[in-house]
Design a protein around this ligand. Structure first.
Ligand SMILES: [Zn+2]
Length: 1029
């Protein structure tokens, strides 16, 4: 009995165990990956194998995490301020790591390094190792990897390269080689520039993905299977800048009703057939329908399904559990696509998708067409052109540009300061980070909520303060004579644009100017002052000529004492990467200064070298003389009335932070006034002549002619924009000439120029519903027109990113400021109505007009070369530090004994056509050095060789390692995927071939000789081992 019982019990136990084992087996089968990655098999080696005979559906789990938008960067990271948006990046990374560990098939991508760093700092060593393990086995892929997902229209290439360098270095420092990204991920920016494609190619990336392109363009591309293409990013570098480009099918979202996330209301998948909630079979059918629809538009046997949205995966288990069920359903029951191929669902990454596309293209001899222009401007429907953000928040756009200027200056000073560089560099972290954040596609674009804009300003301002610590440690090292103590505190006059600078309002002060360019530069220095008599002593003890001019406005700001005058003097021949100091004594300190008397003349400038004529009847500018040429040029400030609609249908779209749309009933720009004659005052002097013009009580400008310059300056002051009649207003500066031209040119992120033609797109049929907004383009540094018959090119250069157009023959305009009363319904939920001190925001800035011969004869008359020179001098302007010198130890005599009034970082200037793009401390004995050729091939440019031997004054270069553009990979190890060219998109005849990228070819010259050859538009990046003097 006992035995029987025992046997029966034993049988029961055995049955149970077998069941358990079976169950276990099925569970194990579920989680065994198709190809199990071994340790440190990251990158393409870690990709799950695809089936050449199937349609491979790459499920890419991702979260789009804005580095600030509706909430601030920190609010998004920590998840505070949930009433605005339920979003916390810390939970996303936490829960993704846990979810990936549960099933080694699962994959995920991490994009923004600014967020990764915040998370990393808070982790234990164990948690960090878990993250590294997931990187090493390919479950986690770093994509993009820059500090933020940068905008493409308003950013400058220097800052884009910087923020990639910064992010990629950080990723490499914490994750090693397996963390190196190979794929760009620009899924949200509102339009895409050719320069960005060029940058991706030079970073060594194999491809990049994006989502937003003109709706007509997208339709045609899907129809013709050209949503995957090869983009040639540079007209000068040509075949070296091919990058495979993928336009996503369904934005960056999951297919409709497959959005499995705690943020979504879509039903989860229910595989239990006995449940009343069972839905798997129908869901699979819907998914197959979607897959079929998408697959018809792409040319290989792979498609990518983006499974994510903004701030998804805060509870990653929720999403991954459903994706596991979906993938298993396709394994359990074979589904077929419209061609009868098995549908093979797999967890994948953008990198693994690209690898599979590349393999299938190779196998089946599939080629891709070449694009050579850009995806600008972006339109999402007939009336919705995303050309407003080119100008939105103009003061923020300028602050960002100043941030870059100061960053380059402080990086140079740090690198030049010798052995203490490592220490000084630590204080620069904040500015590098702040500039990375500012490149984000809701930061520099001005498309964030107002409280977020204020937080960005706080971040940048804090970083400015910290980098001034670096300045005040570096300058004494560089400028002290024989190690003597320097008692000066160097400040930047950041409020000079409202005529305030504490240091220059003192009795005695020292002005120290750093020239970040690699050649000598002369700069007119302007400082707010309250006096009419000065003595300025230059670096050689010479007396320096000066002039005062009236301030543009009395400003009347609370707690800010604005000065009545600007002190102007010429800092001549500032040395390359060098400094000069000037000692200024206010001789009438504390005395009431005399008013400056206006002139009766209507001419600015003394001779034919540079002149501006003001019309004596109207007060408007009507002609200018530059470079031996006189042209009729009228200039005025004008405005558009912005559309205000309910956004319910396309026709009712409002002009908003993203969108520019003039009022459809009233779409043309209007003048503020018919005559300026009563309100124009002209002031003349030895150094500068100015016409002060008041268009109305909130629109003023100074037209300025510096006697030794080759451009005319327009110093505009706009705001508070009048909205008392409930109209949205957008202010422009318009230049009207007699030039004839069919096209105009705008720069691509401050680098190469792209030809634009009104009401025309090269690669798709364009409909002309918006005559103004549809012809607006981003201007990062300049816009120009060429009259071939007169052989004249005329350009207007900017001091920040702005929108610009040439709507009629002979005309150029730039939008300088906007104040809008309606939101445009793309998520911000606020009208772009910036205020300050209880009034509308006032913005001030400058435009620079130049013109001359368009014939690139190579002689000094060629205007394009001058344009580039001016653009560089504005982007990397000599930075003015001012230090109070009232104390007795800072008397002129004492300083002349203890302080060098002049310093050059370079022993000789570089040739005119090349420039040090980056000089930055890298580690103890290494500096990062980037050289660039600043001309395009057709600008009569030649190859230039830079001799780095004995070039720098404070260190000597021992050896060089050339790297990819982001400095995270040796160039000689850079191997990229190869693609076959299948002809040119649009009416092009020669769009090149992708060359086999053999490092030897790129490295034709030998860096060990320190003779570096640069082709037109080429940038070469080196890590240089140095010894300090
Ligand atoms: Zn975004």
């Amino acid at each position: 009995m006992y035995l029987f019982l025992s046997l029966a019990l034993l049988w029961n136990i055995m049955k149970f165990t077998i069941c358990l084992l079976l169950l276990c087996v099925s569970v194990v089968v579920l989680s065994i990956p198709v190809t199990k990655p071994t340790k440190n098999q990251c990158g393409y080696q870690a990709c799950t194998g695809t089936d050449p005979d199937a349609l491979n559906v790459h499920i890419v789990a991702h979260s789009h995490d804005d580095v600030g938008w509706l909430k601030t960067v920190d609010q998004y990271y920590y998840g505070t301020n949930s009433s605005i948006q339920f979003a916390g990046v810390q939970y996303i990374i936490d829960s993704v790591v846990m979810a990936l560990q549960k099933n080694p098939e699962r994959k995920f991508i991490q994009v923004e390094s600014a967020f990764l760093r915040k998370w990393w700092l808070e982790q234990t060593e164990d948690k960090r190792q878990e993250f590294i393990n997931l990187i090493n086995n390919g479950q986690l892929e770093i994509v993009g990897g820059a500090w933020s997902m940068n905008d493409e229209a308003a950013v400058h290439y220097q800052s884009t390269i910087d923020q990639f360098t910064f992010g990629l270095k950080y990723v490499h420092d914490i994750l090693g080689e397996c963390g190196r990204p190979k794929i760009g991920w620009q899924i949200d920016p509102f339009g895409h520039t050719r320069e960005m494609a060029s940058i991706f190619a030079q970073l060594g990336f194999d491809a990049f993905f994006f989502a937003r392109l003109d709706w007509r363009d997208k339709g045609e591309r899907l129809k013709t299977k050209t949503a995957e293409m090869l983009w040639r990013g540079s007209a000068s570098l040509k075949d070296d800048t091919f990058v495979f480009t993928h336009a996503l099918y369904n934005h960056y979202s999951p297919p409709p009703s497959f959005y499995f996330d705690v943020l979504s209301n879509d039903d989860p998948l229910i595989p239990d057939t006995t449940s009343t909630e069972y839905n798997l079979a129908n869901k699979v059918k819907d998914f197959t329908d979607f897959v079929n629809k998408q697959a018809r538009n792409y040319s290989t046997n792979n498609i990518i399904i983006t499974m994510g949205n903004d701030f998804t995966y805060q509870d990653a288990h929720y999403s991954f559990k459903n994706l596991d069920i979906l993938i298993k359903a396709y394994r359990d029951n074979i589904q077929r696509d419209y061609q009868g191929r098995r549908i093979n669902l797999l967890y994948s990454t953008p990198g693994c998708y690209i690898k599979a596309v590349n393999e299938d293209a190779e196998r089946n001899n599939i080629s891709f067409q070449v694009k050579t222009d850009d995806f600008i401007p972006y339109a999402s429907d007939y009336h919705t052109y995303w050309s407003g953000y080119y100008t939105s928040r103009p003061t923020q756009k300028r602050f960002e540009r100043q941030g870059n200027n100061l960053l380059q200056v402080t990086k140079q000073l740090t690198a030049l300061s010798g052995k203490k560089a490592t220490e000084l560099d630590k204080n620069l972290f904040d500015l590098k980070s702040a500039m990375g954040i500012m490149q984000h596609h809701d930061a520099i674009t001005g498309t964030e909520k107002q409280h977020v804009a204020q937080d960005y300003a706080r971040i940048v301002m804090k970083a400015f303060d910290k980098s001034h610590k670096t300045v005040n440690e570096a300058l004494p090292i560089i400028l002290s004579k024989d190690g003597q103590q320097v008692h000066l505190n160097f400040e930047s006059c950041l409020l000079a644009n409202v005529s305030h600078c504490e240091a220059s309002q003192k009795k005695r002060f020292v002005v120290t100017i750093h020239n970040p360019l690699s050649r000598k530069v002369s700069q007119y220095v302007r400082l707010p002052v309250d006096s009419d008599r000065f003595t300025i002593t230059g670096p050689q003890g010479e007396t320096v000529k000066w002039q005062t001019t009236p301030s543009i406005d009395n400003f009347n700001l609370p707690n800010i004492q604005s000065s009545r005058f600007d002190l102007v003097f010429l800092a001549e021949d500032l040395p390359p990467l060098g400094l000069k100091s000037y000692y200024v004594v206010n001789e009438n300190f504390g005395k009431q200064p005399k008013d400056i008397t206006p002139s009766n003349s209507f001419t600015l400038g003394d001779d034919e070298k540079i002149q501006v004529q003001i019309n004596s009847n109207t007060g408007f500018m009507h002609a200018a003389t530059l470079n031996g040429l006189t042209l009729p040029v009228r200039q005025e400030l004008m405005y558009y009335i912005g559309a205000q609609g309910n956004n319910m249908v396309f026709e009712n779209r409002s002009s908003g932070a993203y969108i520019f749309r003039p009022d459809p009933k009233n779409p043309t720009a209007k003048p503020f006034t018919e005559s300026l004659i009563e309100t124009t005052k002209i002031y003349k002097g030895d150094l500068v002549d100015e016409a002060h013009q008041t268009f109305n009580d909130w629109n003023k400008q100074i037209i300025r002619v510096y006697k030794k310059e080759n451009h005319v300056e327009f110093d505009w002051l706009v705001g508070p924009i009048d909205i008392s009649d409930n109209q949205s207003r957008e202010i422009i500066s318009r230049f009207t000439t007699n030039l004839n031209h069919e096209t105009f040119l705008t720069d691509s992120n401050g680098r190469e120029l792209i030809t634009r033609r009104n009401d025309y797109r090269a690669t798709y049929n364009y409909s002309k519903e918006e005559a103004v907004a549809g012809n607006y383009y981003p201007v990062t540094s300049g816009i120009s027109i060429i009259d071939e018959q007169k052989a004249v090119e005329l350009a207007v250069l900017t001091d920040r990113a702005q929108g610009g157009a040439s709507l009629s023959m002979g005309e150029l305009e730039l939008m300088v400021h906007r104040r809008l009363l309606k939101d445009d319904a793309f998520g911000v939920g606020e009208a772009l109505n910036e205020t300050e001190f209880g009034k509308g925001m006032v913005a001030r800035g400058q435009l620079y007009l130049t013109f001359g011969s368009n014939v690139p004869t190579g002689n000094s008359g060629y205007t394009r070369r001058k344009q580039r020179e001016i653009a560089q001098r504005k982007l990397l302007a000599p930075w003015v530090f001012v230090a109070n010198a009232e104390s007795s130890e800072n008397s002129l005599e004492n300083l002349q004994n203890s302080f060098k009034f002049e310093f050059a970082g370079l022993k000789r200037p570089l040739p005119d056509d090349v420039q040090i793009l980056t000089l930055e401390h890298w580690d103890a004995d290494t500096v990062l050095l980037r050289l660039e050729h600043i001309l395009e091939q057709h600008e009569n440019a030649n190859n230039v060789t830079v001799d780095l031997n004995d070039l720098f004054t404070t260190f000597k270069i021992e050896s060089l390692v050339e790297t990819t553009l982001g400095a995270n990979h040796r160039l000689e190890d850079d191997v990229r995927l190869q693609w076959k060219v299948g002809g040119c998109l649009a009416a092009l005849t020669d769009c090149g071939q992708m060359p086999p990228r053999t490092p030897a070819k790129k490295n034709a010259d030998d860096p060990s000789s320190l003779q570096i050859r640069l082709k037109p538009m080429e940038i070469r990046t080196f890590k240089a081992k140095v010894t300090f003097n």
